[in-house]
Ligand binder design. Structure first.
Ligand SMILES: OC[C@H]1O[C@H](O[C@H]2O[C@H](CO)[C@@H](O)[C@H](O)[C@H]2O)[C@H](O)[C@@H](O)[C@@H]1O
Ligand SMILES: [Ca+2]
Length: 569
């Protein structure tokens, strides 16, 4: 049973299910704002932009790694889990960020790549040099690279094997990702305890949640494929028990790029919960598939699959993030179709996915951007925005790997897009200067000045969503329609959640993926006779007929969110 109780953290009330109503925003410290003019974004810069994020309606920030790191994988290669990379700031500045976010009723989610470390981490250095020493068994060593042959290579662009020979220890070490990222040996109780210790360190610092990076890959076995093996789930259950006991109100979000049932397994069960949230990897590529195929079939299929999840669990819905748009969770046939639509230039591909930002993927179409966001904000779960997508930032496919979509945030039309006062040549990555997405055109300042800009539209839709807890807490029922391009579902909430003032509510969400206007009849037998009202402007729509059908006209790639009222007599 959850509840709202007295304040326990500065500025925040204890709310064990806050993440179910929250709008999240992923922001890489390096990319957002540079406070000291050295060309790299930092914690001071991020602090200076908290007012902007609060204005936008953001409830929680997800910060990808900002630990000490050689930065060979965007910081996911950590060399000290308890230190901030000096160019990003200090632990004191991080504490200040937490405090200032909490003062604004915003929460902070850390990223924790617990599966592996950098090969520069002192644990790895000790392990390779002293096999009998205290860290000798911290990594997965083997005399042969023929072990775990069922385990696939993930970074297929750069790695041929999950094993690399270490000339110092004269053994192979196992790595699920880059060969400079050795996997920790979770069979070793000392590793298990070291990871708990790091979690405690950051929760003691006041963070509100932790993203468990690459969580399926903790344990390997001879028989399995090293993805979500039983000991991995047992370990997360123990972690969750510790969090519930020692840090109530904090949450864990699973990054498991897996099929629906396998991702759902990371929620655990009612009796033995694991993560509070899990990213919805299966839904994401199907949104992009629907936009180009003009059919809703794939989304209907995945949303109609019933996957039991514990009460209190929430999906993390997203369109884009700091990685490639992964196509691991679609069939080969659909993957090829999506490469054809979205990655027609080979430079746009990365591993099994597409390294582009949202606006270029959607060819800067305002209708598609609105449609995609409308799905993001109404599908079951909590939405995660990626920095810059609220203004339709572009990318730079001439940069290496996933840096294509990690360029500096575009604040103004001035030098370095207002991101930094440094010499432009000193920036950690160049600002986008392409024809369509040049920072002089696409920036926060210009969009603030235009009331019909994408930025204002996104802010508005966030505020509409937040006025209706049904989107975060309600059930979902896919409704039958007579048009292959239409997707219709009803979100319903009985208002019995844990906050005073919640009302029972049902919302009909209807989307058209067609590239021309359509007329569609939706079957809503449970709501026969009910009135429909637009959630944005309050306009009246045709009532649902006595037989439960309603016919609506939708413009090209458009949507409605309609409140289902009482039945007319
Ligand atoms: O630390 C290694 C990687 O960990 C995360 O990886 C995830 O992203 C991969 C794509 O880039 C994906 O294929 C894999 O299934 C995920 O676990 C992290 O988000 C990456 O940035 C990082 O390189
Ligand atoms: Ca800086």
């Amino acid at each position: 049973m959850s509840f709202t109780a007295p304040i326990t953290l500065p500025g925040l009330a204890l709310d064990t299910q806050w993440y179910r109503r929250a709008v999240f925003y992923e922001v890489m410290v390096r990319c957002f704002a540079d406070s000291n003019g050295d060309g790299t974004g930092d914690l001071g810069g991020l602090i200076s932009k908290l007012d902007y994020l609060q204005w936008l309606g953001i409830d929680a920030l997800w910060l990808p790694p900002f630990y000490q790191s050689p930065l060979r994988d965007g910081g996911y290669d950590v060399s000290d889990f308890k230190a901030v990379l000096p160019e990003f700031g200090t632990l004191d500045e991080f504490r200040e960020l937490v405090t200032k976010a909490h003062e604004r009723n915003m929460r902070i989610i850390m990223d924790f790549p617990l599966n592996h470390t950098s090969d520069q981490h002192p644990w790895f250095q000790a392990s390779r040099e002293d096999p009998e020493g205290p860290f000798g068994d911290f990594y997965v060593w083997s005399d042969t690279d023929q072990k775990y042959e069922n385990i696939r290579v993930i970074f297929v662009d750069t790695e041929e094997s999950n094993w690399t020979f270490d000339p110092v220890r004269r053994q192979f070490f196992f790595h699920r990702f880059f060969s400079h990222q050795p996997d920790l040996n979770f069979e070793n109780p000392a590793v298990q305890e070291a990871v708990f210790d790091i979690v405690r360190f950051w929760f003691d610092m006041g963070v509100d949640g932790i993203r468990l990076d690459a969580i399926p890959y903790l344990f390997e076995s001879d028989e399995g494929n090293g993805e979500g093996e039983p000991p991995t789930h047992d370990y997360i259950k123990r972690l969750r028990r510790m969090v519930d006991l020692d840090y109530p109100g904090r949450m864990l979000v699973a990054e498991a790029n897996q099929w629906p049932r396998e991702v759902a397994a990371f929620f655990g069960t009612e009796e033995e919960p694991e993560c509070h949230m899990a990213f919805d990897f299966p839904v994401m590529p199907r949104i992009f598939y629907s936009l180009r195929s003009q059919t809703s079939e794939e989304l209907v299929k995945i949303l109609s699959e019933t996957t039991d999840v514990p009460s209190g669990a929430a999906w993390g819905v997203f369109l884009r993030n700091h990685d490639e748009l992964t196509l691991e969770m679609v069939s080969e046939e659909y993957r090829q179709a999506m490469y054809g639509w979205y990655a027609y230039d080979p430079r746009m591909r990365s591993n099994i996915g597409i390294r582009r930002r949202l606006a270029p993927l959607l060819d800067n179409s305002r209708a598609e951007l609105e449609l995609a966001h409308a799905l993001l904000f109404s599908l079951p779960g909590s939405p995660f925005l990626y920095y810059g997508d609220e203004i339709g930032m572009g990318d730079n496919i001439w940069l290496a790997d996933r840096d294509a979509s990690r360029t500096p945030m575009q604040w103004t039309p001035d030098r370095n897009a207002g991101f930094s006062s440094a010499d432009p040549g000193k920036l950690y990555l160049p600002v986008v200067q392409s024809l369509v997405y040049h920072y002089s055109l696409i920036n926060v300042e210009a969009q603030l000045a235009q009331s019909r800009s994408l930025l204002h539209w996104v802010r508005n839709v966030i505020h509409v969503r937040k006025a209706h807890p049904t989107f975060g807490l309600g059930s979902l029922h896919v409704q039958e329609t007579d048009h292959e391009s239409a997707l219709a579902f009803v979100r319903s909430y009985d208002g019995s959640g844990h906050r005073f003032g919640d009302q029972p509510e049902s919302i009909l969400c209807i989307f058209s993926f067609a590239h021309n206007p359509i007329s569609v009849t939706i079957q809503l037998p449970e709501h026969a006779g009910a009135q429909l009202t637009d959630l944005f402007g309050g306009g009246s729509f045709p009532s649902i007929a006595g037989d439960g059908a309603v016919t609506l006209t939708l413009g090209t790639q458009s949507f409605y969110w309609l409140k289902i009222g009482d039945a007319t007599s």
